[in-house]
Write a protein that binds this ligand. Structure first.
Ligand code: GTQ
Ligand code: FE2
Length: 347
């Protein structure tokens, strides 16, 4: 079939393209790599060693005061595949924060949500909208979107922990807001237990009747290691399996702890391994106890306590335990689920 419609010359086409550019337009037929068969993921599998993180954070603690840059002494994990962006995977910020004895990180709030997971030490407490949350090894502490938070270290010993924020997602949506707050004089040796835990962490399956809950995040702001450890032990006991996995949940609604981040913890017995698994969306994992190997995509990392591991979207990941492993991880699964984009595959 012949047509007269497409008898264009090179000059005609060049002219069109030139004018398109002048009008801030691009022809789709010349664009590559937009609709890929599978996710085209920029981040790469990566592992930051806990030993390195601790040494470098200590050095920053000796050299840099806490007030310089964003009120926090924080080292951001920068995935080498992300062209210098300070993100562990394209959708998650992960960092270590270091607070020396008697230091205070002043109050502020921001629309990105944050959480902290503690792999060693204790003594710091964070005030979340004024509610004091002590931080200790194995605890998960939440700072939901737009809640004021400040960190206090009333003791002599320094403390370090991992921060994870949904900052890249909020930034991609052009919805980042930040504001400073008025810090409280809270440099006391012992903080009282949080109101959040007394209301919503009273006991398994028990929540207060008729008490108001925040609309979009868990009313329970701290998940304690003693409870997590007990639940992992019980699950291994009842299942007879060699690994156990828990999801941290909103005790009232049963959903994820915050609208953008899913928190999970796995225990893998010595000599055992988890099945290879992948999902859409990024994940950041952190080793609490034990040693072994993490296979992520084409990479294999030896892992030890304090290590932070980046699992980019759609990368297969798997743990092999040399000694019993406890691994905490955060993913942006709730975002993908809410948008109908969550996919998983096993094996
Ligand atoms: O502790 O408030 O890692 O605002 C990044 C931004 C920690 C915090 C980070 C923050 C914080
Ligand atoms: Fe913050």
């Amino acid at each position: 079939m012949t047509t007269t419609r497409f008898r264009s010359t090179e000059a005609d086409i060049d002219g069109l393209y030139h004018e398109l550019a002048e009008h801030e337009l691009q022809p789709l037929w010349e664009l590559k790599g937009l609709l890929t068969r599978e996710p085209a993921v920029a981040g790469t599998p990566f592992r930051w060693r806990g030993d390195d993180l601790r040494k470098l954070a200590e050095r920053a603690g000796d050299l840099v005061p806490v007030d310089r840059g964003g009120d926090r002494r924080v080292l951001a994990c920068c995935n080498p595949g992300l062209a210098g962006a300070p993100y562990a995977v394209s959708t998650l910020w992960a960092a270590v924060q270091y607070l020396r004895g008697h230091e205070m990180a002043p109050a502020h709030r921001h629309s990105p949500a944050a959480l902290r997971f503690i792999t060693e030490g204790e003594g710091v407490f964070t005030l979340v909208d004024g509610d004091p949350l002590p931080m200790g090894k194995g605890d998960l502490v939440l700072t939901p979107s737009w809640t004021f938070h400040e960190h206090h270290n009333p003791g002599d010993a320094p403390m370090m922990w991992m921060d994870v924020l949904d900052l890249p997602v909020v930034a991609a949506l052009d919805a980042v807001f930040f504001e400073e707050g008025a810090s409280e004089e809270a440099d006391t040796a012992t903080a009282p237990a949080s109101a959040s835990e007394r209301w919503f962490g009273g006991g398994p399956g028990l929540v207060p009747a008729g008490h108001e809950t925040p609309p979009s995040h868990s009313p329970l702001l701290a998940y304690r290691w003693a409870d997590t450890d007990r639940a992992l032990t019980a699950q291994l006991d009842v299942s007879g399996a060699s690994s156990a996995k828990l999801r941290y949940s909103d005790p009232v609604r049963g959903g994820d702890v915050m609208p953008t981040m899913r928190c999970e913890i796995q225990r893998i017995e010595a000599g055992a391994s988890t099945a290879a698994f992948r999902q859409t969306g990024g994940r950041v994992a952190c080793v609490l106890h034990g040693t072994g190997r993490a296979r992520v995509g084409e990479r294999v990392f030896d892992i030890a306590p304090g290590d932070i591991i980046a699992v980019p979207s759609w990368s297969r990941w798997q743990f092999l335990a040399t000694s019993r492993l406890d691994v905490f991880s955060v993913s942006d699964a709730p975002v993908l689920e809410a948008l109908g984009l969550f996919r998983t595959s096993e094996g």
